[in-house]
Design a protein. Structure first.
Length: 271
C-alpha cells in the first residue's frame, strides 16, 4: 500500500523554517504534499475554535518570495508537491458563534471562479501543475465539489455518510452514499477508496491532530492494508509540536516497517 502525507495551511505567512523543523528529520526522500492557500488572510489562535479569529486583507503567495523560492526548489527535487487549499481560507461565524468553512459559506459560483484563479496563481508562482484541491476545514458541499471540480480533477475531503440528506439531492451520488454507508456499518470507518463525483475524483484523508489516538491510526492503517487501499494522512505543520509530532513520526515509522511506501497525494488517484 501507498501512504501520502497531506500538510495543510502553507501560505504567505509561512516561513520555510517552520516546514524544515517538521520535515527535515524525515529526509528529503520522503515526499510531502502541501495544501497551499493562494491568497491567505492572517489567522490567530490556530487550533482554538473559541479564540480563533482572522484579520487583514488577503495576501498572495507571490508576496513571500523567500517561501516561493523554497517551494520551487523542493518541487524541483520531488520533495514537495502542491495542492490548492481554498482561496483565502476565510472563515465566518454563524449566529451561534460556530466557525463556518470557506467551501460552505461561499456560493458555488464564487467557489468555482476562485478555484480557477487560485490554481492560476499557484502555477504561475511555483512553476508547477496543480491538479488537487483541499477544502479548508476538510469540508465542502457536494454542489461545491461540482463547481470546484471543473478546475481540479482531484479533490481531497471527507464526506461522511451522516450528511445523507445532501447526497439525496444528487441522483448520481446515490451509489457513493450506499458504499459509504456499507463501509461505515461494517468497518466503523469512512470508505478509503476514491469516488467519482461532479467530474472529479474524491479521496478521503485521515486527520492526525492533537485529539488523535494511536489505536485509531493503527486501525485505519490495518483496514487500508487489508482492503488493498492507499492512505492519506492529513496534518498541519503548525500543529506538529510535542506529542503530536512524536505521534506523527511514530506512525510513519510504523507504516514503513509494515510495508507502506510513500507517495504524493496526486499519485493515489485512479487517473
Amino acid at each position: 500500500m501507498r501512504l501520502a502525507i497531506r500538510d495543510d495551511d502553507t501560505n504567505y505567512y509561512t516561513r520555510p523554517a517552520e516546514l524544515e523543523e517538521v520535515y527535515a528529520p524525515l529526509g528529503a526522500s520522503v515526499p510531502v504534499s502541501l495544501a497551499v492557500t493562494p491568497f491567505a488572510v492572517e489567522s490567530f489562535y490556530l487550533g482554538d475554535p473559541v479564540r480563533f479569529f482572522q484579520s487583514g486583507a488577503p495576501q498572495p503567495l507571490s508576496g513571500n518570495p523567500e517561501l516561493a523560492a523554497y517551494l520551487r526548489k523542493g518541487i524541483g527535487t520531488g520533495r514537495w508537491s502542491v495542492m490548492c487549499h481554498g482561496y483565502t481560507h476565510a472563515y465566518v461565524r454563524n449566529s451561534a458563534r460556530e466557525l463556518i468553512q470557506e467551501c460552505v459559506w461561499k456560493d458555488d459560483h464564487r467557489l468555482g471562479k476562485e478555484a480557477a484563479l487560485g490554481r492560476q496563481h499557484l502555477e504561475e508562482v511555483l512553476g508547477c501543475q496543480v491538479r488537487a484541491f483541499v477544502p479548508p476545514g476538510n469540508t465542502i458541499r457536494l454542489s461545491a465539489m461540482r463547481a470546484v471540480g471543473k478546475t481540479f480533477p482531484h479533490l481531497l475531503a471527507t464526506v461522511p455518510a451522516r450528511r445523507w440528506r445532501e447526497f439525496l439531492r444528487f441522483p448520481t451520488a446515490g451509489g457513493m452514499l450506499a458504499r459509504r454507508l456499507a463501509y461505515e456499518f461494517f468497518h466503523n470507518l469512512p470508505c478509503p477508496r476514491a469516488e467519482r463525483f461532479g467530474g472529479a475524483w474524491l479521496l478521503p484523508s485521515l486527520s492526525l491532530t492533537q485529539n488523535c489516538r494511536w489505536e485509531n491510526l493503527i486501525t485505519r492503517f490495518a483496514m487500508c492494508r487489508r482492503l488493498g487501499a492507499d492512505l492519506i494522512v492529513a496534518v498541519h505543520y503548525w500543529e506538529l509540536q510535542g506529542t503530536v509530532r512524536e505521534l506523527f513520526y511514530r506512525f510513519l515509522d510504523y507504516a514503513a516497517q509494515n510495508g507502506a511506501t510513500f507517495a504524493h497525494c496526486d499519485e493515489l488517484f485512479p487517473d
